[in-house]
Design a binder for this molecule. Structure first.
Ligand SMILES: [Zn+2]
Length: 257
């Protein structure tokens, strides 16, 4: 019986091996606009562009603005071509043959081999290489070939200029915290600072929901010295120095007010 059992296992393994299907075609990554969440940029396509499907992005005073990864991947080029072509550029490998290019950068914020996620700042808008003014030259490629750019699966405008608003890494949510004053109630202010009027108090030990955070008056409290203020309701702010949030500084994913 034992021998037979083992031979059945071996046979089933063999069959399993034979039946493993070919790897399915890699779905295209969901590419996002290569700028931080909620920023609006003018993207231009033109048939005489090289390569043809690249998008040039601009906005007012864009020199030095952060450029972010349009999808998760691995940085596989951080290259400076000097005064020609792309100048300083980054390439990200997204797997499945998909790559993105970010060219004419002012500087780099990543290195080769680094894993990046949505919203990771990879560099800053510049005018390096064969560029006549600050802009981001952006490409999506498949197996090395320039492809028409898509954001969230939606084709970019070919040909022309359109405003694209970034939905990149927009993971905003609320935070939670616990007030800790070692006894006294914490004053709630109408704005993010001690100069704003008092609009109430929250008790020591109270749980609060933080809708957004901003900087204001620097306060020294239970958790050190901080200029961060937490909005816990409409027109209601408390000093973060007295709130346990589990994070030093700003809470990830909680938006700025
Ligand atoms: Zn370009």
């Amino acid at each position: 019986m034992r021998r037979r059992w083992w031979s059945l296992v071996a046979a089933s393994l063999l069959v399993t091996g034979v039946l493993v299907p070919a790897a399915p075609a890699w779905a295209a990554p969901t590419f996002k606009v290569p700028f931080p969440c909620n920023q609006s940029w003018s993207g231009q396509t033109r048939s005489d562009h090289s390569p043809a499907y690249a998008v040039d992005f601009n906005r007012t005073d864009d020199l030095g603005d952060p450029v972010v990864a349009s999808a998760p991947g691995t940085v596989d080029r951080v290259t400076d071509l000097g005064g020609t072509s792309y100048g300083k550029y980054v390439r990200i490998d997204h797997g499945g043959g998909y790559t993105t290019y970010y060219a004419h950068l002012n500087g780099f914020n990543v290195s080769v081999g680094q894993s990046v996620g949505y919203g990771k700042v990879i560099g800053w808008v510049g005018s390096t290489g064969g560029s006549t003014g600050p802009h981001l030259h952006y490409e999506q490629r498949l197996n090395g070939d320039d492809i028409k750019v898509r954001f969230n699966g939606t084709l970019a405008l070919y040909w022309g200029t359109k405003t694209y608003t970034s939905g990149n890494n927009c993971t905003s949510g609320t935070g939670s915290g616990t007030v800790d004053t070692a006894g006294t109630p914490l004053t709630v202010r109408s704005g993010p600072g001690t100069g704003y009027s008092s609009v109430g108090t929250v008790a020591d030990g109270a749980k609060v929901t933080i809708g957004c955070q901003t900087s204001g008056t620097t306060v020294t409290g239970t958790y050190g010295t901080s200029a961060i203020w937490d909005r816990i309701g409409s027109g209601r702010f408390i000093a973060d120095a007295y709130v346990y949030t589990g994070h030093d500084g700003y809470i990830p994913n909680v938006p700025r007010c």
